[in-house]
Ligand binder design. Structure first.
Ligand SMILES: Nc1ncnc2c1ncn2[C@@H]1O[C@H](COP(=O)(O)OP(=O)(O)OP(=O)(O)O)[C@@H](O)[C@H]1O
Length: 785
């Protein structure tokens, strides 16, 4: 930038008299007495270099228009300084260069007094050539056409780049002013709220007096109180944007507005307050420090947000007619069942609208809940969900699908201040809530996530979004991935992360595991890694990975995110063998920074077993076929009412109720763009290799997952304990309890026989268990080793 400023300054300070002084001085002479003498006498304040540069560019190049590429160099410097993509700077440079040549040639065609300085040698040469070739008029037409076409094609891109830059600069400048006006606005809101409450109190007092006077006359539940909202349908700390009239097609109103009279339907109905939801402040993610040095001193560049597709300008208008219609049908149906509603407020989310209804005091909440199916029929809509009551509110919620669903794009949820400034350890964007608020969770706090839903409901897209969020937020020093993809097609894009983010397994070439037996081995490697990490923390005298990394930053341990995209496939082929390490990791790995994300399309109890569920307190349910499936995932119904395409219920580990969130959409092309970008960078020198698991230990699996070192089956010890515990040695018991196939169970039984734990097979008679206590068995097993 400084060089560009020098260049522009030098050109602007061009003095024609300097040329005669410089002509006698050789180029390389900068230290002789003559050079000093010339430097003292030249008019250009930028010294000998400035004078030479200006003379050269103005005389021999394009004259003063040479300043234009200089200006673009300034922009180039700015982009480098802000670590932004240099693509736009290059485009701008080319544009300015074209324009400089074009303008210089135009000046060359004129015979103004200063046209020599304005066109330079190149400009004049071009002008002479063109006027000879196509005549003066032709030359003008051609040059103007070239300028117009270049400006049209390059200008469009540039305008959007500049407006983005201007916006970000304005945002930066506007922050202090915004904070001040926010404070003033808050105070104003508080004042109006106080006045309103006072007014309401007065009214209530007045009403009570009235009731006391006419004690025989019953007051209908929906009398006067319909007219005024009791409290604004937003929390004080939420920022709500006023829907501008051109967007919503409604008059300019504050954060929320009421629909009554004609719009509300029959007069006397409760008024409806429409809340426009939370407005997330946008932020340019590329303004962060995008380039970092990894621990092994390799430069690493975070993916630019420009790799994600631009968010199309959606029609943001609220479909007021659809809302009014839904409200009318809702009230009609409730009226039939004699359920009086005092007040309704609505929040329009990306896929569904939440109608919050305050019921008359004598209405039982459970009555509304039982009407779910009737309401779905009355509104002729799928995906109606009743939340009775809304946690922390004196209201019942009914979620009704919007007439026109909106896609939430990944780019739109990443380029918000909340994500850019996030201090979470492993921030993952789950989507937008009903109030249009971007929801970001911390995987490190979850600490494991179970994702389940019917096929095609959006699980894989959700996993892609989670991985993308982590790639935008964390460097390869901070997080590593273990990817297990029995379906083989879901995670293959991430192969490109092999030199940066994917761990290596000892003895296995693949870094994305697709074979179930190898998956068991990989999970056992993770268990071993977990044990080693615990030892490490113990030695350092700290309780968790966060403290460890803070105390010993040069030895920082990366977080390990283990992703399994399809658990059912693994459970069917490897059964308990796979369940066991998953449970061990889920139970213990939180403190050492190992987190599991497990997805399944079979939400049945043989896949999501009780013990798996108990160890995955954070769960996401996508659309499922039945209420039973929903209960298997969430311990409650609701997921069967979801709409698919990323519509999810999120059960946080620290809250009793689920949240409805619309997941963002990221296409395979976008994922590929991110992974290719990362994959094209220099590979890290030190790859993260997981340790070899303890194969000879009881449950250890070898790489084939079947046999340990002594040729015994990896389930041998489990089988021994089982038969001794039950004092019953039958192949079917092993099959049932250890989920083994018949031939494998029979082979294990033979091995038990050779080890003297069970007797020989004797025709149809059952084998005898020869070890009668668990203690003796443990002794025997130790001796076998
Ligand atoms: N958040 C979303 N927004 C919009 N459309 C989505 C979203 N998520 C998924 N979809 C649509 O649903 C389709 C299926 O999604 P996805 O592949 O994630 O399903 P799945 O649950 O993983 O299915 P399977 O279990 O068969 O792999 C996507 O191709 C996309 O068209």
């Amino acid at each position: 930038m400084l060089a560009a400023l020098f260049f522009i300054g030098a050109l602007l300070s061009f003095h024609p008299e300097d040329e005669s002084l410089l002509s006698s001085l050789p180029w390389n002479d900068i230290s002789s007495a003559e050079a000093r003498n010339v430097a003292d006498n030249i008019g250009n304040p930028f010294g000998l270099l400035g004078a030479r540069l200006s003379a050269f560019f103005i005389r021999s190049f394009f004259g003063y228009p040479a300043i234009l590429p200089g200006i673009s160099l300034l922009f180039w410097g700015w982009s480098l300084f802000r670590q932004k993509s240099l693509k736009s700077a290059l485009l701008f440079f080319l544009y300015m260069l074209f324009m400089a040549i074009d303008i210089a040639a135009m000046f060359g065609l004129t015979s103004m007094p200063f046209s020599d300085y304005l066109s330079g040698t190149i400009g004049r040469m071009m002008a002479a050539m063109l006027s000879t070739l196509i005549g003066l008029t032709g030359a003008w037409v051609l040059l103007i056409a070239v300028a117009a076409i270049t400006s049209f094609y390059m200008g469009r891109g540039l305008i959007s780049i500049f407006s983005e830059n201007v916006r970000s600069a304005r945002d930066n400048l506007g922050k202090p002013l915004g904070a001040l006006s926010g404070w003033i606005e808050k105070r104003r809101k508080k004042k109006t709220e106080k006045a309103r409450l006072k007014e309401e109190k007065k009214k209530l007092k007045h009403e009570r007096n009235g009731v006391a006077e006419n004690s025989e006359t019953a007051v209908p539940a929906h009398s006067d109180s319909f007219a005024q909202p009791a409290s604004p349908p937003y929390r004080e700390d939420e920022e709500i944007f006023p829907a501008p009239s051109e967007q919503t097609g409604l008059p300019d109103l504050p954060q929320s507005y009421a629909l009554t009279g004609a719009h509300a339907g029959v007069s006397g109905e409760p008024e409806m307050i429409i809340s426009a939801g939370v407005h997330e402040k946008e932020a340019d993610l590329d303004e962060r420090r995008l380039k970092v040095k990894t621990k092994d001193r390799e430069p690493y560049r975070f993916p630019s947000i420009d790799l994600l597709e631009k968010v199309p300008d959606d029609d943001n208008r609220i479909d007021e007619q659809h809302l009014t219609e839904s409200k009318r049908k809702l009230l009609e149906k409730l009226n039939i069942y004699k359920i009086d509603v005092v007040r309704i407020s609505t929040t329009v989310g990306p896929r569904v609208t939440l109608f919050e209804m305050e019921l008359a005091p004598d209405v039982k909440v459970s009555r509304v809940k039982s009407l779910e199916n009737d309401l779905a029929m009355a509104l002729a809509a799928r995906g109606i969900r009743i939340i009775a009551p809304i946690p922390g509110k004196n209201a019942v919620g009914v979620e009704i699908p919007n007439g026109k669903p909106k896609t939430v794009w990944l780019r739109s949820v990443l380029q918000v201040e909340k994500f850019k400034n996030s201090t979470l350890k492993l921030p993952i964007v789950l989507g937008k809530t009903i109030a249009n608020e971007v929801f970001i969770a911390d995987l490190a706090a979850m600490p494991h996530l179970l994702i389940a839903g019917a096929t095609g409901a959006g699980k894989s897209v959700c996993i892609n979004v989670i991985i993308s969020s982590l790639l935008y937020a964390c460097s390869p020093d901070k997080v590593k991935f273990v990817m297990i993809d029995p379906k083989r097609v879901e995670l293959f894009h991430y192969q490109q992360l092999k030199n940066h983010f994917l761990v290596r397994f000892p003895g296995i070439d693949e870094q994305i595991i697709t074979d179930p037996q190898k998956a068991v081995y990989a999970l056992k490697c993770v268990v071993k890694e977990m044990e080693l990490r615990y030892e490490c923390l113990e030695k350092a005298g700290v309780r968790n990975i966060g403290d460890y990394n803070q105390r010993l930053p040069e030895e920082a341990i990366p977080y390990l995110v283990v992703i399994i995209d399809e658990l059912a496939d693994l459970m069917i082929t490897a059964g308990r063998e796979v369940e066991e390490p998953i449970i061990r990791i889920a139970q213990l790995a939180r403190a050492v920074g190992i987190h599991l994300i497990v997805a399944t399309q079979r939400p049945s109890v043989d896949v999501i077993t009780g013990i798996i569920k108990a160890n995955f307190p954070s769960r996401i349910a996508f659309q499922v076929a039945s209420r039973v499936d929903s209960r298997t995932i969430l311990d409650g119904s609701g997921a069967e009412q979801l709409l698919g395409n990323g519509d999810m219920l999120y059960q946080p580990s620290d809250q009793p109720k689920t949240m409805r969130i619309q997941g963002p959409y990221v296409s395979s092309d976008e994922v590929e763009a991110i992974t290719t970008f990362i994959g094209a960078q220099n590979a890290l020198k030190n790859m993260f290799v997981l340790p070899v698991p303890d194969l000879q230990k009881g449950n250890g699996a070898s790489m084939s997952g079947m046999q340990d070192r002594d040729g015994r089956d990896s389930m041998f010890e489990d089988a021994a304990r089982l038969v001794v515990m039950h004092q019953q040695a039958s192949v079917s018991l092993l099959q049932r309890r250890l989920r083994l196939g018949f031939s494998r169970a029979a082979r294990v039984m033979d091995q038990l026989e050779y080890s003297g734990i069970v007797s020989e097979a004797d025709g149809s008679k059952a084998r005898e268990v020869l070890v009668n206590s668990e203690d003796s068995l443990e002794l025997l097993l130790r001796n076998l080793d």
